[in-house]
Design a protein around this ligand. Structure first.
Ligand code: AR6
Length: 167
């Protein structure tokens, strides 16, 4: 697998699938989630609503992933995953690793061979960037997947430096 780093906005990526750092409601929010729904248009939210009404009545559990259309974005699919909120009293690393693994599993089921990830949980959910980068890189490297190209799309210089150090 080819792993690359890009500094920029994930909504501009031409990967088969881009991953959304969503919340379990799947109804949108701030950060990456807000940007994806804003630029992707209402089709994404409509599909999220249908998922809530069918498979995920109680919300998408933390660490799991599900795909929708990418609407007007250049990608083909958006894979929504719910990262854990960082906690100082409890090790939630396994749930963060699960977000990467499950997103790649969903990508495999779609036949997507290129996937772009943001730094899941490293924004509003408070994960320290260095540790978020470590888990992201280790998990993607070890994943059993047919995905050939993973791009980590980092929004700022600090995030980019943290991922670069881990790679
Ligand atoms: N492209 C790439 N990275 C981005 C973008 C973008 N357009 N926008 C922000 N980032 P966050 P989380 C970076 O907060 O921590 C939402 O409200 C950002 O700088 O988007 O998993 C959801 O609905 C940070 O490094 O996701 C949830 O409620 C990283 O992406 C909650 O936030 C992740 O930040 C999820 O929080």
């Amino acid at each position: 697998m080819d792993i690359t780093l890009v500094r920029g906005d994930i909504t501009e990526q031409r990967a088969d699938a881009i991953v959304n750092a969503a919340n379990s409601s799947l109804m949108g929010g701030g950060g990456v989630d807000g940007a994806i729904h804003r630029r992707g248009g209402p089709e994404i939210l409509e599909e999220c609503r249908r998922l809530r009404a069918s498979r995920y009545g109680g919300g998408l559990p933390t660490g799991q992933a599900v795909a929708t259309t990418a609407g007007r974005l250049p990608a083909r699919w958006v894979i929504h995953t719910v990262g854990p909120v960082h906690s100082r009293s409890e090790d939630r690393s396994e749930l963060l690793a699960s977000c990467y693994r499950e997103s790649l599993r969903v990508a495999d089921s779609l036949g997507a061979t290129s996937v772009a990830f943001p730094a899941i949980s490293a924004g509003l959910y408070g994960w320290p960037m260095d540790d978020a980068a470590r888990i992201a890189v280790e998990t993607v490297r070890q994943a059993e997947t047919a995905v050939e190209r993973v791009t980590f799309v980092l929004f700022d210089a600090k995030a980019h430096a943290a991922f670069e150090a881990r790679l």
